[in-house]
Design a protein. Structure first.
Lengths: 396, 396
């Protein structure tokens, strides 16, 4: 690739997202030390030429195995970030990097395992959505009980203004996304592959629908395929992005438990939905519930737990941002919300002259920011004088 | 009744158990202050005559309402403890009072609500059995899932040397007792009525079987009928008698939750078996599990919790009592256990020349005391040199 072009941070991160496997903490440390352009520069110079500040022959990445460095270098050399950035742009998506307004800052909790960047498709603002999001995860080979429960929670969470995050897999993941979509709710799919080449194939349509109505997100550049380790490392992004993770069904030693343990390490809420003790698919969940995870049985209980955060409480009482600081697209939708509500999404979309999906995405942003409230199936402006107490009955 | 006879503590308590409703803390305070004979004496003299230490006309029970005292007095006057004691003796039972060797001392934790006495039928020693007992409680109108799970736990607990205590009601209680009996296990039914007039009628046979193979216990004298408040107050005895209470199925605001809350107040372990979140009969259990109760899914997990007690740990390594301090009946059974085991209960019974039921009852006592171990379906002598570590894997 063309070296002078690497001076651009976004292009360097796009290249690194192809060179480095997700969650590689070695790479994360060098990235932290040298910055994206410096790290990539160093990587591309070590084929014999001397990178800045070293003499020829010095090990440019002391402490990191040569094999790992060789793999980074091979893939960095083959990377074509301009092509990847053009691909995501052609798809109507974007490549987010730390420092972007839309970058979800809670990912910084992953420290050296923080994604190098995020490839994103969909009309909503990832940062805003992630602020009020919950992960619903669980077994691929779930039972009808698990699928029903996932769908039920995923329908209930958006009604309370919460975004459903999952991994677009078969089973619980799919039921969660579908439940949210069916409730006209906001949902985010975090993939273990390129966002242009969704996996699994049987969820093509579902993932396309999420691209239109929600957000599809991944660390891997276009045309990347999933691998077992990528699935596992994808889970840390789901855990870090959300306020808490709910496991619905999981066998002992299931991959979903990895997500929950990651969430616990990150200080996120961990929750589990109980099931029959006779079901092997609830055994992993019960194991979690015998530890630190909280038992939840409906969306109310999830929201009671994850909603208990100082910085979000004000949104219940009114906007925290001045209206004129809103991004133009969001401000445009806000103007289309009638003074007297509740008003269905479709009516607001018609008034704004845009699509229901884009309208809904912006309404969720506006909700997160405290400008609108959801009531039943419609939306209304938050009353500035409203002081409904945010007190819920505690557990038994 | 004949006053001089009241000098006998047991007869006084038998009379009081008819005069006073279970769990009456007013009566408990007077009983504590004056002793059983003194309390009864005072009660029977206050129809105008002057009890010892008071002048005529003084209120003998200051702070206790006249209506309550009048009810005690009416029923004490009608009581015939000699007849009641003869009835229980004719049934092969006994009336236990505090101070008896067989009195389960953990009932003292109930303080002023401690039972005045316990009417008991069955071949085993209540104190010894109660030391290693767990309550399994739950809904009368349980689901097949609940009945299955109760039966399963009740089969598993005796295999680990634990006694199953329940209330002989329909539903979970019945399934628990039946499970224990089916495993040739030890089980105790705590009734809310006289032990001679079992309730419910549909459990006549079951309760008779428990009388033969286990223990049937109640606070109420012969020929007493259950009332709603007696059911509720019976639950505190179940809670106090056992090391912990497991709720298997319970709706919101169910009576079983009373037992668990009583257990928690008494510092006993409280446990719940999860079920589908779609089942109203698991909702009460899940409510508990969202509080302090521990989630358990099998007998192992129950034993792991309740077995964590210093004073019982030695029983895993060998007897704590010298063999010659054993009661003659227990010593006789111990002599019938072959040096090389395991040996089925029926073989030991034949060697001892007694019934399998009596043999089993004594074997459980001997197990509690550390003299014998259960292995598979048989019994063997505890090896004095055995030092199997009593360490179990902790929770996740």
């Amino acid at each position: 690739m063309n070296l002078p072009a690497l001076l651009d941070e976004r292009r360097a991160r796009a290249a690194l997202s192809r060179a480095v496997e997700p969650g590689d903490e070695h790479a994360g440390r060098w990235l932290h030390r040298y910055g994206a352009t410096g790290f990539l520069d160093r990587l591309l110079h070590t084929d014999g030429t001397s990178p800045p500040g070293t003499s020829a022959g010095d090990d440019p990445f002391p402490g990191t195995g040569h094999k790992r460095v060789a793999s980074w270098r091979l893939r960095a050399t083959a990377a074509d970030p301009d092509r990847d950035l053009a691909t995501i742009q052609d798809l109507g998506g974007r490549f987010l990097i730390p420092g972007d307004t839309e970058w979800p800052r809670q990912l910084d909790d992953l420290e050296d395992a923080r994604p190098i960047g995020l490839w994103v498709r969909g009309p909503a603002d990832l940062r805003t959505w992630a602020l009020r999001s919950v992960a619903l995860v669980g077994a691929r080979a779930c039972t009808p009980y698990g699928a029903h429960t996932a769908g039920d929670l995923a329908t209930g969470l958006p009604r309370k203004g919460w975004v459903v995050v999952s991994g677009a897999a078969y089973g619980i993941d799919g039921a969660a996304h579908r439940g949210a979509l069916a409730a006209d709710g906001a949902t985010v799919a975090v993939l273990a592959c390129g966002v242009d080449s969704p996996y699994p194939r049987g969820h093509d349509q579902l993932i396309r629908r999420i691209t239109e109505q929600g957000l599809v997100v991944g660390e891997l550049p276009p045309d990347s395929h999933p691998t077992p380790s990528r699935f596992i490392l994808r889970n840390r992004v789901i855990a870090a992005l959300t306020r808490g993770t709910v496991v619905i069904e999981a066998q002992h030693r299931s991959g979903s438990l990895v997500t929950v343990r990651a969430a616990a390490r990150l200080g996120r809420h961990t929750m589990g939905v109980p099931g029959p003790v006779t079901s092997a698919l609830s055994a992993g969940v019960h194991e979690l519930l015998r530890g630190e995870a909280a038992l939840v049985t409906d969306a109310d209980e999830i929201v009671e737990l994850v909603g208990d955060m100082g910085q979000l409480a004000p949104t219940r009482r009114g906007p925290v941002l001045p209206r004129d600081l809103l991004a133009p697209a969001a401000a445009h939708i806000l103007e289309a919300v009638p003074a007297r509500g509740p008003t269905p999404t479709t009516v607001i979309a018609r008034r704004a002259g845009t699509t229901p999906d884009e309208t809904l995405a912006k309404l969720y942003e506006l909700h997160s920011l405290g400008f609108v409230e959801r009531r039943g199936e419609g939306w209304e402006l938050t009353r500035p004088s409203a002081s409904t107490p945010n007190v819920r009955r505690g557990g038994p």
